[in-house]
Design a protein around this ligand. Structure first.
Ligand code: ASC
Length: 155
């Protein structure tokens, strides 16, 4: 009985501190947590994507294994990004996210979906190990990045 009361108190405290954003969507992070989370995801995406770009552009030597490994990471991370936007706009200074994301949520979600699909296609193409096979899929992913930045990110 004592244990039941204790767990009830913990549950009540959790619900109280989770705040209105979480209450609305069920699981959304709130405020600075959401901003920090999504920035971290995009930071690691960029850290993996940039060397791939340098290989495609011939600025560094093509390393098929590294390219495929990074492509796998980008594909996995692309599936983690949307969560950081749910329940927003979030209060916080350290963000370039435009309110257009939440005003046009359907369109934003479709962009994120396209990123996931194209990043997966790139990872699959990279398994073949041929630079000629990854160029096209790489450009498609980069175009998707740019499309969302143009529409949904501050200049
Ligand atoms: C990158 C990077 C981006 C995208 C974008 C593609 O390497 O950091 O944000 O590619 O520039 O157009």
């Amino acid at each position: 009985m004592r244990r039941l009361i204790a767990s009830g108190a913990v549950l009540a405290a959790t619900l109280l501190t989770a705040g209105p954003a979480a209450a609305q969507s069920g699981q959304a992070m709130s405020g600075e947590d959401a901003i920090e989370y999504r920035r971290a995801v995009f930071e690691v995406i960029a850290g993996n994507f940039k060397p791939m770009g340098a290989m495609v552009e011939g600025k560094i030597d093509y390393d098929a294994e590294r390219f495929a490994r990074n492509a796998e990471r980008v594909a996995a991370l692309s599936r983690m990004a949307l969560e950081g936007f749910e329940g927003g706009p979030h209060a916080g200074e350290d963000t370039e996210a435009l309110d257009a994301i939440w005003d046009q949520w359907e369109k934003f979600q479709q962009g994120m979906q396209q990123l996931q699909e194209r990043a997966q296609a790139l990872a699959s193409a990279a398994e073949g190990g041929e630079l000629s096979q990854v160029r096209g899929p790489f450009v498609e992913v980069a175009d998707t990045c740019k499309g969302c930045h143009d529409n949904f990110r501050e200049e």
